[in-house]
Design a binder for this molecule. Sequence first.
Ligand SMILES: C[S@@+](CC[C@H](N)C(=O)[O-])C[C@H]1O[C@@H](n2cnc3c(N)ncnc32)[C@H](O)[C@@H]1O
Length: 349
Amino acid sequence: MVNKKIINEISKSNRGISIEKYINICLFDTEGYYNNVNPLGKSGDFITAPEISQLFGEIIGLYIYNIWKEKFNNNFNLIELGPGKGSLLLDILRITKGFSKFKENLNIYLIEINKTLINKQKKNILFNKLDLQKFQWNSNISNIEKKNSIIIANEFFDCFPVRHFVKRNNKWKEKVINYNEDEKKFYYQFEDIDDDKTIIKLSNYSTNDIAEISNQSEEYFESICKFISKIQGVFIIIDYGYYDFPGHFTLQAILNHKYSNLLDNPGKQDISSLVNFKSFIKIAKNYDLSVEYLNQKEFLENHGIVKRKESLKKVANEETKIEIENAFSRLLNEKNMGSDFKFLIISNK
Ligand SMILES: C[S@@+](CC[C@H](N)C(=O)[O-])C[C@H]1O[C@@H](n2cnc3c(N)ncnc32)[C@H](O)[C@@H]1O
């Protein structure tokens, strides 16, 4: 059980475990959330943009086709990180299926660590009558041949764990998780920080009393920047995130569509946090890569979502027309997805 595994980790430590370690077990353990719960879609804990409407993936598909034509026009990798149910990839492939040269030159990779979702992705590919042989799965991008690549990651980085820090008497302390054997409950305590790398990062938060840092997502992002810097590549990241730290912890747990306590129901609830795009941009610039940063509404409008919506409506019945309009508003709503979701596009100069 996830609970037992966490308690076991805590018993091995003399300071409790970091929130990062707790989240890793809750989400990614073989018995954790992503391996056992069906998180995505209308019945799941959350619904992602590709699950809301085909419009999202189609606009990205056309964008990818244009990049390929302009930059490569020959053999290339299309790599998706954390494809979930595979809906985004399938929308991209459907909208580009008429471009025969693009199709012939395409090597498709799905980077996924979750066996349950890999099975779901395979089922969806077969359901869409595509040849499974054309798709390759890998747990890590470093195993993929280094050639021209377009890499896409939608709501991938928000499930990476974070660590929490608070300033007490002008000194940073880490918020860690411990276990009370008598009450059979997890609780927080504050401990000195035990690594220099984190102390250096905390110097960026000098005007704040709290800090939320995801070393794992920054390291992962950096590995992709490294990959791109050795080839010709474009990396499209779409996620719920911020440029300037909002001054409060963004970590949240969701169970059955409702906010829940992080320490309750380990392994049974979704856990996510906002992506720190400022730190990603800084890393990309260190690799001398180009950076484009805009919100979801701007990206989708700039790349033709209004026109595509109208052409879908032309062949739809009245009920479907309403559904298309509702999904369109949801994707572009400035009070929600349209502005909170960001597109970060990284490429070689
Ligand atoms: C929130 S879901 C997003 C799903 C999908 N991109 C979508 O928009 O519907 C996160 C996905 O990333 C996968 N994942 C998380 N960490 C990963 C890692 N380190 N390597 C590969 N896949 C990972 C999860 O299993 C899941 O498929």
